[in-house]
Ligand binder design. Structure first.
Ligand SMILES: [Zn+2]
Length: 258
């Protein structure tokens, strides 16, 4: 039964990842994510359904457009495969849990935001707000199903605490951490907080330690200048999703060092 859930969520992740590619490409360009349908960015030919199967079509067409032969960025496959793997991993971790849909919604939002942040150094509200709204509704639904009002309360408290912390960090170091990251923080605080305040604390440190280590490494190796803005949203997403996946291990490690 768990196996079927993991495979099902993995396939769902591939399909969602395919949609996230559209979001990642179009939202920063101010285009609609609904219309027109997918088309080759090089020749503009609409992409037929048979050529739009996640991962498989790209492999079958050897990464080229069927019509004009232009190379199609492997980024599309990477986003699909990553979303599929993350969905399967979260399903394996949580099993048949009422909170699973909320976590998957949050993870999908984070994949899209991290990819856009990496490329454009922005976290668009047009992606964040729908994702935040969906994850919040699904958390409330999970609380209704499980009568888990305590968890929902902790999630709300952690969302508030993350927001205040990030707001203060942004005040102190606006160049390191932009206001987009402040806007993103309640989603991360809420989804981690559902699993307990320890998760929210571990996630907070994981996100910031990842950011610090990668940032210092990039500056030290001369790949980045000290004044260059950092795509901090990527580190926040990696830290939060990593904490969700590592779950009990990360939290018991933290309890051990107290
Ligand atoms: Zn083409």
């Amino acid at each position: 039964m768990l196996g079927a859930l993991i495979v099902g969520c993995g396939v769902l992740g591939l399909v969602v990842g395919s949609f996230l590619n559209v979001v990642i490409y179009r939202v920063p360009r101010g285009e609609s994510v609904v219309r027109p349908g997918s088309h080759c960015p090089s020749c503009g030919t609409p992409i037929a359904a048979r050529d739009n199967v996640p991962v498989l079509s790209w492999v079958f067409l050897r990464g080229r457009c069927r019509t004009c032969g232009a190379a199609i960025s492997p980024r599309y496959v990477l986003v699909e495969a990553l979303t599929g793997l993350l969905f399967a991993g979260i399903a394996a971790r949580l099993g048949e849990s009422a909170v699973l849909p909320a976590v998957l919604a949050a993870v999908a939002t984070l994949v899209a935001l991290a990819a856009i942040d990496l490329e454009k150094l922005i976290l668009p509200k047009r992606v964040l707000y729908p994702g935040l709204a969906l994850a919040t509704l699904l958390l409330i639904e999970a609380a209704l199903v499980d009568r888990a009002w305590g968890r929902l309360g902790t999630a709300a408290a952690c969302a508030g605490a993350w927001f205040i912390l990030f707001f203060l960090i942004n005040l102190a170091a606006p160049r390191a951490l932009g206001f987009g990251d402040v806007r993103l923080s309640p989603l991360l605080g809420a989804i981690l907080g559902w699993f307990g305040w320890r998760y929210a604390v571990v996630g907070f440190f994981a996100a910031n330690v990842v950011g610090l280590v990668v940032g210092v490494a990039l500056i030290a190796t001369g790949r980045m200048s000290r004044r260059q803005p950092i795509p901090y949203g990527v580190f926040l997403a990696v830290g939060a999703v990593g904490t969700l996946l590592a779950g009990p291990v990360a939290v018991s490690w933290m309890s051990g060092i107290r």
